[in-house]
Write a protein that binds this ligand. Structure first.
Ligand code: ADP
Ligand code: MG
Length: 789
């Protein structure tokens, strides 16, 4: 397998009483054939023209019986097909030289049957000898006439081209002819019937369509598929044997062809010369493109010429002197064919059904293995099947109790159970979230900006001034009433989901700021120095640690005890945006300062990185330009042949300078690139610092807000539903759970439009979008007006 082989080329001479003994001579080894042309026998032959040729082939078959021909030519190919190797046997030669006789033989005479029926016999005989395998045989019979495809085994009465023309299709498995019937044959007899039917169709077609059967190519294909009867064997092999009876190879013009005959002749000669081109290309090791698609013949035989198959050519020639010219041309074709290398390989495939069955068996075995293991380790009750509703409900209850604090821990049983626990965490938390939301919704109402009736009512009640500002609101940006951080928008829902993800992930791993740890929150709210994580010794850049020094915080001197800083609780909490401003001037001032500082460092680094990138690109461009001119110089030098005798290159000054410049540029490029890499690492680190600061800031604010202002009874109730969650936690989750994109938008807003009030982001976003839309409409209207004028 995998070893290279050459195409086997044989020549068969048709018996004749008029054999040209003086012109055709065989070698003693039965492999060479010498042709001698007597100059006088041919008119117009120039004196110095070649008169002697010698061809060395794989065998010269003269006076050979059909039996011997089969033994020599086909037996091995067929036998190897049963082992998974594709095989192709082709007969080539001028009309009447014996191609059909060799391939099909005389159908009325058993002894004179050709390669085709013998191959079928051998296949079935070998199947009988291999009881270890289930082998199926299929056959098809294709005729190519004037570049049209005909199915010689079509079950319909043969009337010519079928309604849906057949097409040649290529897929990863190889070539197949769409529309060509392929017949399963379970015994020799069926196969023969099909062959005879095909032969009859060939003759009928020749008569009814008035076509010359010697002008068509016929391809009989035997498809073999062998599955081992041992079920554990997942591989099976496939192969096909192509038996090709080519059209006559004689040249046109000789017999003065006209009209239809000429057209036919042109087609045959074209397809045969394309076949020859393909074969020449196949014989040339340096060629990687083989022109298979030039005609139907080579396209249909694409995976059967050369490649991974065993290939044999029989060249049929006349022994008469009169045909010597054609004989020579046929022998030339044979010797070219002999140069083609093939690399026969077994066609192995995997039986998916068997693989599944084997895996199922393996799975059952492993389950039993687990059961044994469990009983040995005294865990006999564990099952590994998918959970039912009762089991899932039990896990749901465990998770609830765990969150309430009545269950200390949840025992691990198996992987499926762990997955379900996490799943139920998500379910329970989303339920609690919804409960909180609906509790708040009952307490507060969102006022729609355009709902004038409601606004009027609110104004009447003295909760909103005439300009639409909420009482106590600085800029009238927000129309939300009270502390509602929610909206019905689905976007919020998505964010809530993310919160749970974070929550469950924080359940799993310990983060620096686990939102679930009340202890941690206490620490944060009292000791502000922990806000900026201290640098790991030795792993930071100089620049980085300096930045950190400037941004690290001393406890502010003015920091006063909680009780003093807390304002008296008003009956209505102030709007959060406003409160946030206060918070930043009060308890949050230090965090806010650090946040801003880190942020400005981050922005500065980003700017530097972008500048460095630009420089790198500029250098790269210059390198390219320099290289180009250097190449030009080089080619110029090579053209002029400016080499010194001793092989030392002489470079002129210009080229030398270019080389120096290139070297320098490359150095610059490397150094800039190193800088950029360092900067990127620094940016990543700074980004993390900024994110942490933001989270702390918001969290601190929320705690402060809830501590400072009244939280209504029913909200507290709702919050208590998730008893493991501290009051104030849920809003924190909502704020902290800004997505990555949101964070960018968030920082933008913080720098420009928005007073640092994260709750109004959805609102602001909507507003910005509406404004854009209005702007667009205005522009359009303006344009229309202008147009009308
Ligand atoms: P082709 O297919 O090349 O046009 P055929 O196979 O039809 O040629 O052969 C033409 C005639 O010569 C047929 O009648 C065939 O029986 C006969 N013939 C060809 N080769 C042999 C052979 N080796 N022995 C006996 N008869 C042959
Ligand atoms: Mg023929």
């Amino acid at each position: 397998m995998g070893s290279k082989k050459k195409v086997h080329a044989f020549v068969r001479i048709k018996p004749t009483d008029d054999f040209a003994h003086e012109m055709i001579k065989y070698g003693d080894d039965n492999k060479t054939i010498d042709i001698h042309l007597n100059k006088d026998t041919r008119r117009g032959v120039v004196n110095n023209q070649q008169t002697d040729w010698s061809f060395r082939l794989d065998g010269v078959l003269h006076d050979a019986s059909q039996d011997l021909v089969y033994e020599t030519v086909a037996k091995d190919v067929v036998s190897q097909a049963l082992d998974g190797y594709n095989g192709t046997i082709m007969c080539y030669g001028q009309t009447g030289a014996g191609k059909t006789y060799t391939m099909t033989g005389a159908t009325e005479n058993y002894k004179q049957r050709g390669i085709l029926p013998r191959a079928l016999q051998q296949v079935f005989r070998m199947i009988e000898e291999r009881p270890t395998h289930a082998i199926t045989v299929r056959v098809s019979y294709l005729e190519i006439y004037n570049e049209s495809l005909f199915d010689l085994l079509s079950t319909l009465p043969y009337v010519g081209p079928s309604a849906t023309p057949m097409t040649i299709v290529e897929n990863p498995q190889g070539i197949f002819i769409k529309g060509l019937s392929v017949h399963l044959t379970s015994q020799e007899e069926d196969a023969f019937s099909l062959l005879f039917e095909g032969e009859t169709n060939r003759i009928i077609a020749a008569h009814t369509l008035n076509k010359n059967s010697s002008r068509s190519h016929c391809i009989f294909t035997i498809y073999v598929e062998a599955h081992s009867r041992t079920l554990s064997d997942e591989k099976y092999i496939t192969s096909k044997i192509n038996l090709v009876d080519l059209a006559g190879s004689e040249r046109v013009g000789k017999s003065g062809s006209e009209g239809r005959v000429l057209k036919e002749a042109t087609y045959i000669n074209k397809s045969l010369s394309f076949l020859e081109q393909a074969i020449i290309a196949l014989g040339d090791q340096k060629r990687d493109h083989i022109p298979f698609r030039q005609c139907k013949l080579t396209h249909a035989l694409k995976d059967s010429l050369g490649g991974n198959c065993n290939m044999v050519l029989v060249t049929n020639i006349y022994g008469e002197a009169a045909q010597l010219e054609e004989t020579l041309s046929s022998l030339r074709f044979a010797s070219r064919m002999k140069l083609v290398t093939t690399e026969p390989a077994v066609n192995e495939k995997y039986d998916a059904e068997r693989m599944v069955k084997n895996l199922e068996k393996e799975l059952a075995l492993l389950k039993r293995e687990l059961a044994v293991h469990n009983s040995l380790t005294n865990r006999p009750m564990v099952t590994y099947d998918p959970m039912d509703e009762v089991q899932i409900a039990e896990i749901n209850s465990q998770v609830r109790r765990y969150l309430e604090g009545t269950l200390e821990e949840i025992d691990i049983i198996n992987l499926r159970q762990i997955q379900e626990v996490f799943n139920q965490f998500r379910v329970v938390l989303s339920q609690q979230e919804q409960e909180v939301e609906s509790a708040l919704r009952r307490k507060y109402t969102l006022i729609d900006k355009n709902d004038f009736a409601t606004i009027a009512a609110v104004q009447k009640a003295g909760l909103m001034d005439a300009d639409g500002h909420l009482v106590g609101e600085a800029d009238g940006q927000s129309f939300a009433f009270g502390i509602i951080p929610f909206s019905t928008k689905t976007g919020k829902k998505a964010k809530a989901k993310k919160t749970f993800k974070e929550l469950s992930s924080s359940l799993r791993k310990e983060g620096a700021i686990s939102p679930l740890s009340a202890k941690d929150l206490d620490v944060v709210s009292t000791s502000k120095t922990q806000l900026v994580p201290s640098a790991k010794e030795g792993d930071g850049k100089d620049m980085l640690s300096r930045d950190r020094e400037t941004s690290s915080i001393e406890p502010p001197a003015s920091s006063s005890p909680k009780e003093e800083s807390r304002p008296p609780r008003p009956s209505t909490p102030p709007p959060r945006p406003l409160a946030f401003e206060d918070f930043k001037n009060e308890r949050g001032s230090e965090i806010n300062r650090i946040f801003k500082e880190n942020k400005s460092i981050l922005n500065e680094r980003k700017k530097r990185a972008s500048e460095t990138t630009q420089r790198i690109n500029a250098i790269k461009r210059e390198i390219d330009v320099t290289k180009e001119s250097l190449n030009f110089q080089k080619s110029l030098r090579e053209k002029q042949g400016e080499y010194e005798n001793k092989g030392v290159m002489i470079i002129d000054e210009e080229e030398f300078l270019l080389i120096l410049k290139l070297k320098d540029l490359k150095k610059q490029y490397r150094s800039e690139y190193q800088d950029l890499r360092d900067l990127r690492a620094e940016i990543q680190y700074c980004q993390r610092l900024v994110d942490q600061c933001r989270q702390r800031l918001l969290m601190e604010f929320d705690i402060w807000y809830n501590e400072s202002f009244v939280i209504p009874e029913d909200v507290q109730m709702a919050l208590r539903l998730g008893s493991s969650i501290r009051p104030g936690m849920v809003p924190v989750q909502r704020i902290v759970s800004l997505g990555e994109d949101d964070q960018d938008k968030f920082s933008q807003l913080q720098q420009t439009v928005l007073p640092e009030a994260p709750d109004s982001i959805p609102f602001i976003n909507a507003k910005v979008k509406t404004e854009q839309k209005q702007k667009y409409l205005k522009t359009m209207m303006g344009l229309q007006q202008a147009h009308r004028k």
